[in-house]
Each structure stands twice: as structure tokens, then as C-alpha cells.
Design a binder for this molecule. Structure first.
Ligand SMILES: [Zn+2]
Ligand SMILES: [Zn+2]
Ligand SMILES: [Zn+2]
Length: 147
């Protein structure tokens, strides 16, 4: 997250109609400083157990509802969430068609903005409004440590 975004952070929550509380600021900050998607369990652990499950879940569902974060990966053990493109997403519409990548070695989930796709070719009569891209494999960090 750039310094500019960091500075505007308090403004941002406000712009998204989210009243600032300590837990909301803490969770939002965590998303901003993370290179990968976060699960509720990770968030609770990262915050040092200061906030309980219910509080964290409530904060996440508020952020989801307001268009601050999106679901990056759905797993039986809990979803992973990542920060939205705050210039483009809001409460009514999400604009991202980036790839979500789940590493089966470390379990991390990444939003890969720079992965590219060939344009989608749909049969006649179909028009897509959103796409879900998911890949699984080995992430660059794990490749490094293996090689
Ligand atoms: Zn979004
Ligand atoms: Zn990995
Ligand atoms: Zn994403």
C-alpha cells in the first residue's frame, strides 16, 4: 500500500460509510499491509487475540457489504479475504477480474493483478458481468525455498 493510500486511510473508511472503531481500523490496516489474502483465523491471530471471533467476523461482513474487501478464496476451513481496488470498487459494484492463486504448500492466497488472460469468448447470447479466476499451485516464496 502506498504512503498516499496510508495517509488517506482514515478518510477511506469514512468515504465507504464505515464508522471508525479501533477494531475496524486495526483490521483495515492489516489488509493494507498484507501481500496476500487473510482468513478470519489469521486476522484474529495477527491482532494478538485482542478481539474475539464474533467481533472480527462482524467487521469482515461490514467491510464486505461496503465493498472494501472481496472474497479471494472459499475454503471449508473459512474464506480468505483481500482488500479491494479502492479506486474502483464500492458498495454497489466490484471491478476486478484478477486471478486468485492458492498455494497448496504454504496455504496462502494471493490476488495476482498482473496475471493476464486471453479475452473471453462466449457463445452468442451470453454476456458476462464478472468472472472468477482461481489457480492453485506453488507460490513464488515456496518455489524459492524449495529450489
Ligand atoms: Zn472489489
Ligand atoms: Zn507458498
Ligand atoms: Zn482478489
Amino acid at each position: 500500500m502506498s504512503d498516499e493510500v496510508k495517509m488517506a486511510k482514515s478518510e477511506l473508511l469514512h468515504n465507504y460509510g464505515v464508522r471508525r472503531t479501533r477494531v475496524r481500523s486495526a483490521v483495515f490496516e492489516l489488509f493494507g499491509s498484507s501481500d496476500f489474502a487473510l482468513s478470519p483465523a489469521e486476522i484474529i491471530a495477527e491482532l494478538g487475540g485482542e478481539y474475539d471471533r464474533v467481533t472480527v467476523y462482524r467487521t469482515l461482513s461490514l467491510f464486505l457489504e461496503k465493498g472494501l474487501i472481496h472474497t479471494a478464496y472459499t475454503a471449508p476451513e473459512g474464506n480468505f479475504y483481500a482488500l479491494c481496488d479502492l479506486q474502483r470498487c464500492d458498495v454497489s459494484v466490484h471491478h476486478h477480474d484478477h486471478l486468485h492463486f492458492r498455494c497448496h504448500s504454504c496455504g496462502k492466497v494471493y490476488c495476482l493483478e498482473s496475471a493476464t488472460f486471453t479475452p473471453l469468448q462466449l457463445p452468442e447470447g451470453f454476456s458476462a458481468e464478472s468472472m472468477l479466476h482461481l489457480a492453485t499451485g506453488i507460490c513464488n516464496q515456496c518455489q524459492k525455498s524449495e529450489g
